[in-house]
Design a protein around this ligand. Structure first.
Ligand SMILES: [Zn+2]
Ligand SMILES: [Zn+2]
Length: 351
């Protein structure tokens, strides 16, 4: 793989880090931003981070749900504020990450080191977008527009955000420092932790076939993306934290949008499948650490029994779904015949 430097990204990211390292101490020595301005900047960190997880990640990269165009426009606006590339570029890299996780084809593989996964991969990312990987997204007019005019969208959305905060608090310089650059620094490093820390520090509850880990603390830092072992095992689920107490604001937002009629086709993994993955992973763990062959055999047998029964239950559930579908199909068919009869009877066809 070529090691050509991607200069625009390198200069942008290192440039603003350098700018902050010099300008922030000077600013703080001369001014004190209001508490409201600092809290609003933190709110903007959260909102733009949520646009990445709810929009770029779960909506576009994994198509875990569908949503209303107005919600898409909002997600793309704050996705532009987040300054992480266009949704199309982001989804291209992320789909590669899932398909080739931990290999050389994974753009941010942690196998090349934590810093590579966190930030360095972007400095050397020179591969173009593969149209086959994101063919579905290229057809989405809003995504295509944001991609084509990405630099303008990104600058426009950021200027608009800091001017709005600045005019509200009558402090444009404070807003420029905090609502733009400090906010961007915090947002970047927290989302980048999903590629670095969430592949490094935590437990592997569902699978050891990849380096992804579950970690409650990381989920607090990453807008709910800390249940990364679950996510890599069941990537199409709209949830990352599947328990009600798991911190996953993107899951709560998508669920709320669904209840309001603004999101639909939410994908969820069947509970039996999740339990089966948990049991099989736990079995592997136990067998590795059990010294007594009798107990190893017993654990294997019980886990295998449970696994088979869970598969059967899952199939039964699917059959129930088929029955419901067949029933509704019959009703539709009767309706179809009824309407044909009415059309004929009432002579509703033009000659
Ligand atoms: Zn990952
Ligand atoms: Zn993902």
């Amino acid at each position: 793989m070529s090691k050509k430097v991607c200069w625009p990204v390198f200069l942008y990211i290192s440039g603003y880090h350098l700018f902050l390292a010099i300008a922030l101490p000077i600013y703080l020595m001369n001014y004190t931003p209001s508490l409201g301005l600092v809290l609003t900047s933190l709110l903007l960190v959260f909102v733009s981070g949520m646009a990445i997880t709810t929009g770029y990640h779960r909506l576009y990269s994994h198509t875990c749900y569908k949503t209303h165009p107005i919600i898409e426009a909002i997600l793309l606006f704050f996705g532009s504020v987040a300054t992480q590339g266009s949704a199309l570029r982001w989804a291209n890299d992320h789909r590669l990450h899932h398909a080739f996780v931990d290999t050389d084809k994974d753009p941010y593989t942690v196998k090349k080191g934590m810093w590579h996964a966190h930030i360095l991969w972007m400095f050397f990312r020179t591969t173009p977008i593969d149209p086959k990987i994101v063919s579905d997204l290229s057809k989405n007019k809003m995504v295509a527009f944001q991609h084509k005019y990405y630099v303008w969208c990104m600058i426009g959305a950021n200027v608009l955000s800091f001017v709005a905060v600045g005019s509200f608090f009558k402090d444009y310089l404070g807003a420029f420092m905090f609502a733009w650059w400090v906010r961007l620094f915090l947002l970047h490093h927290t989302t980048w932790c999903i590629n670095s820390l969430a592949h490094y520090w935590g437990s592997q509850n569902y699978s050891k076939e990849h380096t992804a880990v579950d970690n409650y603390l990381i989920s607090l830092l990453t807008y709910g993306e800390g249940y990364h072992n679950y996510h890599h095992t069941f990537a199409y689920d709209y949830r990352n934290g599947i328990r009600w107490y798991h911190f996953d604001p993107a899951k709560w937002l998508i669920w709320t949008l669904n209840k309001l009629g603004l999101a639909h086709d939410l994908k969820r993994v069947n509970n039996y499948r999740i339990t089966r993955a948990l049991i099989l992973q736990h079995k592997e763990e136990l067998i590795q650490h059990l010294r007594d062959p009798f107990y190893s055999k017993k654990v294997s047998e019980i886990a295998e029994n449970l696994s088979q029964k869970l598969i059967q239950l899952q199939a039964m559930l699917d059959r129930a779904q088929i029955r419901t579908l067949k029933k509704s199909l019959k009703e539709d068919w009767r309706e179809w015949k009824r309407i044909l009869k009415t059309i004929q009877k009432e002579s509703l066809l033009q000659t």
